[in-house]
Ligand binder design. Structure first.
Ligand code: SAM
Ligand code: SF4
Length: 329
């Protein structure tokens, strides 16, 4: 079993960014132009991702999340899900998506063994959606959510980044919308990542402010546990299938309960989302002289040991960090 000594954290969750490409350009995630794309030769092949997952599973990782960029733009993603689901020890595979392509992929993904989806949507207004994503058609997201529910990719979690002056006035509308549909909506604090088009100090809203708005409108919400909800704090009203939650990565540290490591599309393990530290798996994956499985196990264990006890002050942009589309969120 993979343990990190700080706080006795058991690491059983691997998030894999399978591409840095995306069919949207969200203002808080990517620049409009001048994006440095990874070369195709740098991006891990599916066979290499499988090798990493087999090594991680042998060390006790049981949960995988596929993310990106937009994971559904990478050809063959359904086959990847099927391959990873057959790895002994992997019992849960989920995927984070903007849902633009989900209507066509939901059923094939479910048939291949995908368990659940997290869907990102920051507004219910078609024009606002186009503004924040620079490209997107909100109707495709709604169709994707329906298809995911029909395919049984549930419970569906919704990720909503809260941005001052953009969607903070929609917190209650979004909450009502999610609760009426039995969705688990989590409001995410805007993080100051590199190459975001927003100035952090102007756009950040703290979880305390979000919580206040929620409780003013729904005074009868009770804390609840949502399975697979990681660092979110969640609430639900008696009898509701849906729930509301907050991921307060910036204003509150949840490092002591962090159970995950991240793999970038170009083969680097990141012990912590907020640190530039990385463990490079490429030599182990591509140097034919090495015992690949053994080397990968060693490097994964090293990444876990290098998980910091807690992350740095995250209220300032880290100019050396990767963009969010490269890390996977
Ligand atoms: N393209 C997929 C999507 O949007 O769901 C998966 C990748 S995206 C990088 C994963 C998550 O990161 C999304 O929910 C997105 O809203 C979130 N994210 C991106 N940039 C962020 C930022 N600056 N602050 C907080 N969350 C961010
Ligand atoms: Fe693409 Fe997701 Fe980033 Fe939006 S948040 S630009 S959908 S990777």
């Amino acid at each position: 079993m993979l343990m990190n000594d700080s706080y006795d954290r058991k690491i059983d969750y691997l998030r894999i960014s399978i591409t840095d490409r995306c069919n949207l350009r969200c203002l808080y995630c990517m620049p409009a132009e001048g994006i440095q794309r990874m070369k195709h030769s740098e991006i891990l092949r599916y066979e290499e991702i499988e090798a990493v997952v087999r090594a991680a599973a042998d060390l006790g990782v049981s949960k995988i999340r596929l993310t990106g960029g937009e994971p559904l733009v990478r050809p063959g993603v359904v086959d990847l899900v099927r391959i990873l689901k057959s790895v002994p020890g992997i019992d849960n595979i989920s995927l984070t998506t903007n849902a633009i392509l989900l209507e066509q992929f939901a059923q094939p993904l479910a048939d291949a063994g995908l368990d659940r989806v997290n869907i990102s949507i920051d507004t219910l207004d078609a024009e606002n959606f186009k503004t924040i994503t620079r490209l997107g058609d909100i109707e495709k997201v709604f169709a994707g959510i329906t298809a995911a529910a029909d395919a049984g990719l549930t419970p569906i979690k919704i990720n909503t980044v809260v941005i001052r002056g953009f969607n903070d006035h929609e917190i209650i509308d979004l909450s009502d919308w999610a609760l009426q549909r039995g969705l688990n909506l989590r409001f995410i604090e805007f993080m100051p990542v590199n190459d975001s088009s927003f100035t952090f100090d102007e756009k950040f809203i703290s979880s305390d402010d979000i919580r206040e708005k929620i409780f003013e409108h729904y005074p009868d919400m009770e804390p609840c546990k949502i399975s697979g909800s990681g660092p979110a704090v969640n609430w639900r009203r008696n009898g509701d299938a849906g729930s509301l939650g907050i991921i307060e990565a910036v204003s509150h540290s949840f490092c002591s309960s962090c159970n995950r490591i991240r793999l970038t599309a170009d083969g680097k393990l990141k012990p912590c989302l907020f640190s530039n530290e990385e463990v490079d798996l490429i030599p182990a994956l591509r140097d034919g002289d090495l015992d690949r499985h053994e080397q990968l196990e060693k490097l994964i264990a090293e990444a876990v040991v290098r998980k910091p006890a807690s992350h740095r002050d995250f209220t300032r942009v880290n100019s050396e960090s990767r963009c969010m589309n490269e890390i996977g969120g």
